[in-house]
Design a protein. Structure first.
Lengths: 105, 590
């Protein structure tokens, strides 16, 4: 009887050993999965941040270009440029109403 | 089975057993004592001082920043997209961190060469050895930024800063105003920037997030974000091209007549839209700190009332017509002067005209003719109509520092002399915007429209809010307005307004040459006058009401020689630019 009890104890112990190993294995695997997922999210987070920064930079460049366009379109600036290029403003402007076909050549 | 023998030695005594164990007890005691100290310390740190250390930890782990809103922008109308009149521009600031700098001499030399800054100033800043932030220069040009970025020295840094910028330069400067310091804050000063400060400014936001050991945001953790609300943007009723052309013609006129200053206001009489508001001299809002006379920042169109002189005669005529006391061909006899209460009021140049119609009185600008009308209407009714035309009160235009003029001299209904002089525009002060609004009443069939300068508001979320025309009240009937149109046309064809006529178009208007009141004492300045012309076209379907005001022009005596020809140039451009067909035949020039 003592021997059968010993055998029972040993088999139970073995079972629990295997169970422990199994649980430990699952925990390790889950831990590795978690690490992988977290790492991937972190990497993507930094990618998102880089993309956000690039968008902000492009928006800023667009703004700067709009300002440059406005500066170039400034009529006072064009007037000064015209003077430097020895261009003169016409003093008399006549508007012709074109009621007849105009020959192109 | 073996017996377990006693571990006790044969010769061991009880006392010696206890003494051998005292070291163990002492060790246990000190271990327990140490553990207790640790536990107590843990309790103190984690319970008693929880809040304090929690705050320190949060301060170390958390990064919080204020999110600045983008200030709204201001636009003029343009052919395709609105033209930006006031924008936010990012420019770089160069600074050094003396603590990081290696070769100080090289840094000083290179920065001085690139940024054109005194070497001594940079050297002085470099002497602050423990400092990490010493500003060298703000608002770097693109070329300077590129050259600084090309340097390899340690300790030189660039950071972006946002500034308000006006790409059009002096275009509509008194209308747009500028941003400047008010104590330690940068706020809108003058013009649209000031009036619309709260709408343009927006509201600050914030972001709180964990940071890593390097002080950088950790993107994957939660953020506590309160977004900033960007300011509203404004599109004005004025167009870029019209504003420029009007300013140019005004500048040429002020130069030609060597006037002290000039103002032009153009209004759409049917909607109250201000199509142009120009003053000369102007200033460049990007360089406002260089302006010596801060009076230049004020907008004379709304902030400088003046005694308008004979341009007021059209209003007096309209009052007489509306009250049924006169018709355009009603007559009176002019004797050259009127005496009242010990005062004698003369016509200009002491002329005597004899029998005249009301239309003649306007053509020849006869002071006694206006007194005749005022007497027929009566002081009380005259004052009522005067106020109904908008004089003595602000128009409510969306610009700061608007004044309502001064009609206090009309407060005593028994003081006839004040009413007589007011009938031809002296003794009361009005602003250009009030005058142009009053003439718009005559142009649009009798309604006083509220002048407005904002076409639409663009909110931060992209939605647009249009500002609609607003009728203040009916002032005169359509019949009165029509008759006044004919009379004002007659002033241009037969009277003193000939130089205001635009060939091919039916233009009407009135000149005014007013004396300038002395400041600080009674009477008028010798040799000074303000020349005005107010008119509209085309008479049958008015599209533009234009006021021209020239302060103290030289070499000319009357407004018909200064303000009237300037009006003609402005109106000619407006009519042709709007592609309004001429309605009168024009003789061909040979």
């Amino acid at each position: 009887m003592f021997m059968s009890n010993q055998k029972n104890i040993q088999s139970v112990a073995a079972f629990y050993n295997k169970l422990s190993v199994g649980i430990a294995g699952v925990v390790v695997i889950m831990g590795m999965c978690y690490l992988y997922t977290t790492n991937r999210v972190a990497v993507q987070g930094y990618s998102i941040r880089e993309a956000e920064q690039e968008i902000a930079s492009l928006k800023q460049d667009n703004k700067q270009l709009r300002i440059q366009e406005a500066e170039l379109k400034s009529l006072y600036r064009i007037e000064e440029a015209g003077k430097r290029l020895n261009m003169f403003e016409p003093t008399e402007v006549s508007y012709i109403e074109d009621t007849h076909p105009i020959a192109l050549r | 089975m073996k017996k377990i023998r006693s571990l006790k030695g044969k010769n061991q005594k009880p006392f010696e057993t206890a003494g051998n164990h005292w070291r163990i007890h002492a060790l246990v005691f000190f271990v327990v004592a140490g553990a207790c100290v640790i536990l107590i310390r843990l309790y103190v740190l984690q319970v008693v001082a929880f809040q304090k250390y929690g705050d320190i930890a949060e301060n170390q782990h958390m990064l919080s920043e204020e999110i600045s809103p983008d200030r709204g922008e201001i636009y003029l109308k343009d052919t395709s997209n609105p033209y930006p009149l006031a924008v936010n521009r990012q420019l770089f600031l160069a600074y050094v961190a003396p603590k990081e700098v290696g070769d100080a001499d090289a840094v000083i030399r290179d920065l001085s060469d690139i940024l054109q800054v005194d070497r001594g100033m940079i050297a002085e800043k470099m002497n602050h050895k423990e400092s990490m932030f010493e500003v060298i220069k703000k608002k770097l040009s693109d070329e300077e930024v590129e050259r600084v970025k090309g340097l390899t020295h340690k300790g030189i840094h660039l950071i972006p800063e946002t500034y308000r910028y006006y790409p059009g330069g002096e275009l509509a400067s008194q209308v747009v105003g500028f941003m400047g310091f008010d104590k330690d804050k940068v706020v809108g000063r003058y013009g649209m920037e000031a009036y619309w400060e709260s709408e343009l400014r927006g509201s600050f936001g914030s972001v709180v997030q964990e940071k890593d050991a390097g002080g950088r945001w950790i993107p994957i953790v939660d953020r506590d974000v309160t977004p900033a609300e960007n300011g509203d943007s404004l599109v004005l009723t004025m167009s870029r091209e019209v504003q420029y052309e009007v300013e140019k013609r005004l500048k040429d006129a002020v130069s030609e007549f060597q006037a002290e200053s000039g103002t032009v206001v153009v209004m759409d009489p049917n909607t109250g839209r201000i199509l142009s508001m120009a003053s000369y001299p102007q200033f460049n809002p990007n360089e406002y700190s260089k302006v010596e006379d801060i009076g230049l920042f004020m907008n004379p169109a709304v902030s400088q009332p003046y005694e308008s002189g004979s341009v007021m005669k059209a209003i007096t005529e309209a009052i007489g017509l509306e009250d049924g006391k006169i018709l355009p061909d009603s007559t009176y006899v002019d004797t050259g002067s009127v005496t009242e209460g010990g005062f004698t009021i003369h016509n200009s140049e002491d002329k005597v005209y004899g029998l005249q119609t009301m239309t003649n009185a306007l053509e020849e600008s006869i002071n006694t003719g206006m007194i005749h009308i005022e007497k027929l209407v009566g002081n009380k009714k005259f004052l009522d109509y005067f106020k109904r035309f908008g004089f003595g009160e602000k128009t409510g235009i969306e610009l700061p520092a608007e004044l309502g003029g001064n009609i206090r001299n009309l407060s005593d209904l028994r003081n006839n002399v004040q009413f007589y002089t007011a009938s031809f525009g002296q003794g009361v002060t009005v602003t250009p915007i009030q005058l142009v609004s009053a003439y718009s009443v005559l142009a649009n069939g009798g309604k006083l429209m509220k002048p407005r300068i904002v076409e639409k508001i663009i909110h931060a979320d992209g939605s647009e809010e249009e500002v609609l025309p607003q009728e203040v009240r009916r002032v005169v009937s359509e019949d009165t307005a029509k008759k006044m149109g004919v009379m004002l046309r007659s002033v241009v064809t037969n009277g003193h307004g000939k130089k205001a006529d635009v060939p091919g178009y039916v233009v009407g208007g009135k000149t005014g040459t007013a004396q300038v009141a002395k400041t600080g004492s009674l009477g008028y300045e010798e040799g000074m006058n303000i020349g005005s012309f107010v008119g509209y076209a085309p008479i049958n379907d008015p599209k533009f009401v234009v006021l021209v005001k020239m302060v103290n022009p030289k070499g000319v005596q009357w407004a018909e020689s200064s303000a009237a020809p300037t009006f003609q140039k402005v109106m000619k451009f407006l009519l042709e630019n709007a592609k309004i067909q001429p309605t009168e035949s024009v003789e061909a020039k040979h």
